[in-house]
Ligand binder design. Structure first.
Ligand code: FMN
Length: 299
């Protein structure tokens, strides 16, 4: 009997959809029935974004506040594999993805089902993955693999280019000078290799070893400096989120948060990384290795 695969995701620009298409292509070619579902909130987020609206979703992302999703139908009540697309928003699972993971109908399908998570991020996905992993565990799903595609350009370059894309709506080169934003076309096409790797596991129903295969093919890579910046930013984001939701002048405080991010990126981050490189990193190799393993091994 054909294996049944559900590929479910939210995407604004379509990038995550392209990644999911590429990843599931070999599964469909091998005879599996691949059902694709693109979810949407009842009130969807605008694309392209306006700057103020973009920053205004930060508190709800960080605090995990769900929104109502437009009704969606799943053809089956159980699947051999669920491919879950998620994206990071402000270092946390995007609001639509978080809402899906809290949706009772979807949680019922997740129970006891192997799940492969797939993201197309700028470059900071570790905490969002943590959030997704926690919600999957709560729903009784079996996490079998994680694919994390990123923009491989330097942090500051990808910051500039992603804003060009998210606020302008076009995934093209800013001023014809900067590189194309987001996950590269080559990396999106290459994702089908990870789908090919999944075939024997899908057919046997035993997923032991799949994540190891994915890691050996660099389906997910943990960069120490980016992890350092992300883990340092998280407690500050949480404080900002709690502070902002309690304010009457929310718009003014969101503007302050925007300037905080710019300060953190252009001034705080280089200083932090220099101090870390001199005083912390040389003495923490065991801790760093253990952390990397934690993110890459799934157990
Ligand atoms: C509101 C918002 C916040 C984002 N925050 C992050 C982030 O913290 N880390 C990251 O790597 N990418 C971040 N991104 C980029 C997204 O993860 C994703 O790469 C991009 O939005 C394209 O996804 P799409 O398939 O939904 O169009 C953010 C995007 C948006 C819209």
């Amino acid at each position: 009997m054909s294996k049944k695969v559900l590929a479910i995701y939210y995407s604004q620009s379509g990038q995550l959809g392209e990644i999911i298409d590429s990843m599931t292509e070999p599964l469909a070619a091998s005879g599996a029935i691949v059902e694709k579902v693109r979810i949407r909130p009842v009130t969807d987020y605008p694309f392209p974004w306006k700057s103020d609206h973009f920053y205004s979703v930060m508190p709800d992302c960080v605090l995990g506040v769900p929104v109502e999703l437009a009704p969606f139908t799943l053809k089956e009540s159980s699947y051999d594999l669920i491919v879950l697309g998620y994206q990071a928003w402000f270092l946390y699972p995007s609001i639509p993805c978080n809402s899906l993971l809290q949706h009772p109908d979807f949680r019922a399908v997740l129970k006891n089902t192997p799940v492969l998570t797939v993201t197309g991020a700028r470059n900071m996905w570790l905490n969002a993955f943590e959030g997704v992993r926690k919600l999957l565990t709560e729903a009784g799903a079996i996490l079998t693999g994680n694919i994390a595609l990123v923009d491989r350009h330097p942090n500051i370059v990808s910051f500039v280019t992603i804003f060009h894309w998210l606020l302008g709506g076009k995934k093209d080169r800013k001023w014809g000078i900067f590189p194309k934003p987001g996950v590269s076309d080559a990396d999106i096409t290459h994702t089908k290799v990870f789908g090919e790797l999944a075939l024997p596991y899908l057919n046997s129903g035993n997923w032991e070893g799949y994540q190891k295969d994915l890691v050996s093919q660099k389906a997910a890579v943990v960069s120490y400096p980016l992890w350092k910046l992300e883990s340092t930013a998280i407690p500050t984001y949480v404080k900002w989120a709690h502070f902002i939701v309690g304010r009457k002048k929310r718009t003014a405080w969101l503007a302050a948060f925007k300037y905080y991010i710019l300060f953190a990126l252009f001034i705080g981050a280089p200083i932090l990384l220099i101090i870390d490189a001199v005083f912390i990193k040389p003495f923490s190799s065991r801790h760093i290795k253990a952390k990397k393993q934690y993110y890459l091994e799934l157990n």
